[in-house]
Design a protein around this ligand. Sequence first.
Ligand code: NAP
Length: 480
Amino acid sequence: MEKHSVHAYELFIDGKWTGKDMEQIDVINPATNELLATVPKGGGKEAKAAVDAASAAFPEWSKKTAEQRSDLLKKWHQLIDEEKESLGKMMTKEQGKPLKEAIGEVDYANGFVAWYAEEAKRVYGETIPASHPNKRIFVQKQPVGVVAAITPWNFPAAMITRKIAPALATGCTVVLKPATQTPITAYKLVELAEKAGIPRGVINIITGSSSKIGKTWSDDERVRKVTFTGSTEVGKLLMRDAADTMKKISLELGGHAPLIVMEDADLDKAVEGIVASKFRNAGQTCVCTNRVYVQASVEKAVLEKLGTAVRKLRVGNGLEEGIDIGPLIDYPAIEKVEAHVQDAVEKGGYVTQGGDNLRAGHGYYYQPTVIANATDSMLCMNEETFGPVVPVASFENEEEAIKRANNTPFGLAAYVFTESISEAIRISEALEYGIIGLNDGSPSTPQAPFGGFKESGLGREGGPQGIEEFLETKYISLAF
Ligand code: NAP
């Protein structure tokens, strides 16, 4: 499609849409390679202007009552709900996930807006008994200030609301940079926030050079908090950069989720869990099962059931009816998956299902793939595959399963399938992960504190814990 015939989005800074005349970046549909839209290529100047606006808006926004902020978030929630079909369609076009998943993500994303509209009213303080009779100690929670939010392409809506909703609820103002590959959903969400009446300067969104924007925000002492979701590599860089001005920081980073199937598990439930946690978003989620460990006595049965379930999955353009797996985000993603499968085969793995890309079409498709006889030296057992490939290894006993599952620098999500309550408790408590799906392949929800151990990140998003990340604690010692 010709550039002039697609929509050119603009930056949103201080309540004004701007940047039509700037250099533009193409946004491509990964299912068809079609040009969908263009967005401005902002840099340091625009990043600074966004902080100027967020900083100017902070005093008034933070002085609003919690109830006033809550009402505006509820209005935003209502507008997102009314637009969920069109938002879902746009997300499928720019990101590739099947439409039913995209609409499901809009609901999930909007769940954070609803949850934090309520939590805004529960930012409680404390009084602590003082050690002197003529003193009182009052503890207050206050918004941290201007928040810089940087988000990835795999959840174009939820990673934004999971940050912005709690930030706004506390009285913080926000500068946002969505992923370059999926900016349209972000712009649409901000348009709806504007329509909901969220005042100018409270949310500012810019697209463009991630390194220039990130560095400008890191160096600016007015930015008091950085909240990032993305790769561990960029997370570490942002953490180093945040040190100079001692910003608060939360990082939701990469994972390498193990899924353990014990011999007494309900095997149908376990296979359902593998499919849900592995193939959602074509395997491109940070909590995706990356490696499956099955107790040796049930390995054959699990592989058979898994083969049957995976054969039913339909790959194609996510806008078509009945599609379970859309395209991967781009060609490097296909290359990474191919490298993992080839490495596994070279090291003795058997591809029992799939194992090929689908070059016949235009998009970046890869078949849902099962690899039996997986071993811990394979790339796919150590690095995020970020594609629809499930390696299955076997183990003899509980101790071995826990040890192998924990043998990674990551610690985001892990899954356990067992019908034994004592095994369930022992294994869940021994796993060094922030999220455990116990007989549950889809544990993410707005009410729960999502986040990782070790190199999977710092801080939590969602639940009552998620709002704490945007608050400072102050105590007032009163002598009389
Ligand atoms: P990424 O390359 O780290 O990018 C994430 C965001 O950071 C994008 O907006 C990107 O901008 C920006 N960025 C890149 N380099 C930057 C820099 N030098 N300074 C500031 N910002 C910079 O990650 P990705 O490939 O988009 O996402 C996949 C990763 O995210 C996976 O590892 C996945 O596990 C992780 N993830 C984690 C969670 C979680 O909650 N733990 C959730 C989803 C995804 P551009 O798009 O312009 O490059």
